[in-house]
Design a binder for this molecule. Structure first.
Ligand code: MG
Ligand code: MG
Length: 265
């Protein structure tokens, strides 16, 4: 069942989404060679709790025999696609890290992600970052009343594949609301005109996961981390988007992150 949101609910969801945006901006200032993912995770958790939110990933249920997710952030480095567990190995110059964060506030979830460069990265990896972010915005442009989910999926896939990149199939975007994962699923590949109809009040987490090489992935033995099978880098961007007056309104924002990055450059 797809839960459509009222204007009031969308305003509450904007608060949750922006809390994630601000959390990502707090850690953006700290990302540099030598810093550990676990340090970034502690900063994020503190910021969320200080601001009356609840870290939504911490304690997220694992599958059979898999421990619950132990951290506030998913930090996925280089060939890790998503769901990386923050560890204590320092970041190195040339790494990229995808940071995904979930927050619950006022009963609603925010869930969004950004991929950061650590120091100087290769031009081909910067291009992957740029194209993945472009594909996110091209997908968002299709989130118009009367369109279908497949129109979002198609726009993302087309743009990524035009550059020869691998589009992850097994992991998808999703509806968002009083639950972190609601219907419908929002694949990053698909056909125009396929899937559920987009309606006023729909809120989606749209999240392309795009690989420099193969689209194929596997899971590490920790039960969480997803990596590319060819070991090439992967990028992940995610925004929370509502349909308001028939058009997409992005509830989360990269402005805080990008201001923070400009300050430390
Ligand atoms: Mg996410
Ligand atoms: Mg998500």
């Amino acid at each position: 069942m797809i839960y459509l949101k009222t204007r009031e609910e969308i305003e509450l969801m904007r608060e949750s989404a922006l809390m994630v945006s601000r959390t990502l901006a707090v850690i953006a200032k700290e990302i540099k060679p030598g810093v550990t993912p676990i340090f970034l995770d502690k900063l994020a958790e503190q910021y969320i709790r200080d601001n009356g939110g609840i870290p939504a990933f911490k304690g997220y249920k694992g599958g059979r025999g898999v421990p619950d997710f132990p951290a506030t952030l998913c930090i996925s480095i280089n060939e890790a696609v998503v769901h990386g567990i923050p560890g204590n190995k320092p970041l190195q110059n040339g790494d990229i890290i995808s940071v995904d964060c979930g927050v619950k506030k006022n009963g609603f979830f925010g869930d969004h992600a950004y991929t950061f460069a650590v120091g100087e990265i290769k031009p081909e990896v910067q291009k992957l970052i740029d194209v993945t972010k472009e594909s996110l915005y091209l997908g968002i442009q299709q989130m118009i009343s009367g369109n279908r989910i497949g129109d979002i999926s198609f726009a993302i896939q087309q743009h990524a594949e035009k550059h020869g990149y691998g589009v992850v199939r097994e992991l998808v975007g999703h509806g968002l609301g009083r639950n972190m994962h609601e219907e419908p699923e929002v694949p990053n590949y698909g056909k125009r005109g396929d899937g559920p109809k987009i309606k006023e009040g729909m809120v989606l987490a749209i999240e392309p996961m795009i690989n420099l090489g193969t689209k194929n992935i596997r899971q590490l033995n920790d039960g969480w981390t997803i990596v590319t099978t060819d070991g090439k880098p992967s990028v992940h961007f995610e925004h929370d988007v509502a349909v308001v007056d028939g058009k997409p309104e992005i509830l989360s924002s990269y402005a805080f992150i990008e201001e923070a990055l400009a300050l430390v450059k």
